[in-house]
Design a protein around this ligand. Structure first.
Ligand SMILES: [Fe+2]
Ligand SMILES: [Fe+2]
Length: 346
């Protein structure tokens, strides 16, 4: 008995938020979205000065894309090398599993960023935060480790703070407590929005994988812009699951799961889609507005096989015989990669 296809749509922005002075976070994990066993997502907003406190993720790496505003991060590697970076719209960061980090809104407006993790069991809300750890540590141990007195320790947060309102940092990055170290040799930042796009008739895509962004060894990202009427052609990914975050506009997505199984859903801003490795799919822009989608994959490299590439790399007679077509009919099919068909493509 073949199981029906699972739901592959979740409305992240419509879900209940964790609301704190200084910011909000919404998350989607395997609990809310069972199909996504291998990936999870968060949508976070921070006011100027607000901190997503010092923390790490025990079981997942973090890949982020800034949608709006500016955010500053500081991250430490096991080598002892630390890096501070400022991010604006279109910029990407990647923090390997277990590397501790902190995020801060730097203003002048609220910042908004979308996070993707490479494990669906990950929970951003159940992550390893420093206030939570300190609250769980005997005061005398904490005092010996931090040099703080018992009176000071008694004033610390009693549970995880998660997001706290801090002071707006100066425009110039501040020195670390140990003196400003030399610049990191392993950048956690990639300016995806500045990248030269691949341009097609119906839209464009910017891709970053580990070839250009060496630190990102487990997640690959794409920003896809579909023009009105654009169609990202039938394709699949041999090496990865696909997580889509809808930023602007709308698209209809059809997936194919073999054995006569398929599903179609429509997506808009704040919604996410999950497509399993090897499943066939297409994306068709719908509505009056151009559509922008952030697409991530749980693999170090970007691989895809498009229908037009496949069928143009076969003898015409094979295609004709496979479908019961004449050679004249087969000649109408594209002979090169279509990728993103334009609105006027027949
Ligand atoms: Fe994090
Ligand atoms: Fe895809």
């Amino acid at each position: 008995m073949i199981e029906p296809l699972q739901n592959f749509k979740y409305d992240l922005e419509a879900s209940a938020a964790k609301n704190l002075p200084g910011g909000t976070a919404r998350e989607v994990t395997i609990d809310e979205f069972p199909i996504a066993a291998s990936m999870a997502g968060v949508s976070m907003r921070l006011q100027p000065g607000a901190l997503r406190e010092l923390h790490w993720h025990a079981i997942a790496a973090e890949w982020a894309y800034v949608v709006k505003g500016n955010v500053r991060t500081t991250v430490l590697a096991p080598s002892g090398e630390a890096e501070q970076n400022d991010f604006g719209p279109g910029d990407v960061w990647y923090f390997p599993k277990g590397h501790p980090h902190v995020l801060q809104g730097v203003g002048p407006e609220e910042c908004h960023f979308v996070l993707v993790f490479d494990d669906g069991h990950f929970s951003e809300f159940g992550t390893f935060s420093i206030t939570d750890w300190w609250a769980q540590t005997p005061p005398e141990i904490l005092s010996r480790n931090t040099g703080l007195s018992a009176e000071v320790i008694a004033r610390l947060p009693k549970q995880e703070a998660y997001i706290v309102q801090g002071k707006i940092p100066p425009r110039q990055q501040e020195a670390f407590r140990n003196g400003n170290p030399s610049p990191s040799q392993h950048s956690h930042k990639f300016r995806l929005g500045e990248r030269e796009p691949y341009t097609w008739e119906g839209g464009e895509e910017r891709v970053v994988d580990t070839a250009e962004f060496p630190i990102s060894t487990t997640i690959t990202g794409v920003i896809l812009n579909l023009k009105k009427g654009g169609l990202r052609e039938l394709h699949w990914h041999p090496n990865a699951d696909e997580w889509q975050s809808y930023i602007m506009g709308r698209a209809q997505v059809g997936i194919f799961g073999a054995h006569g199984r398929s599903k179609v859903e429509q997506f808009g801003p704040g919604q996410v889609a999950f497509i399993k490795q090897g499943f066939g799919h297409y994306l068709q822009q719908v509505g009056d507005e151009a559509t922008q989608i952030l697409i991530t994959f749980n693999s170090p490299t970007y691989q895809e096989i498009s229908l037009s590439t496949w069928l143009s790399n076969n003898p015409a007679q094979i295609i004709a015989d496979n479908f019961g077509l004449s050679l004249k009919e087969v000649a109408q099919m594209p002979k090169t990669k279509l990728a993103i068909a334009g609105p006027h493509h027949r």
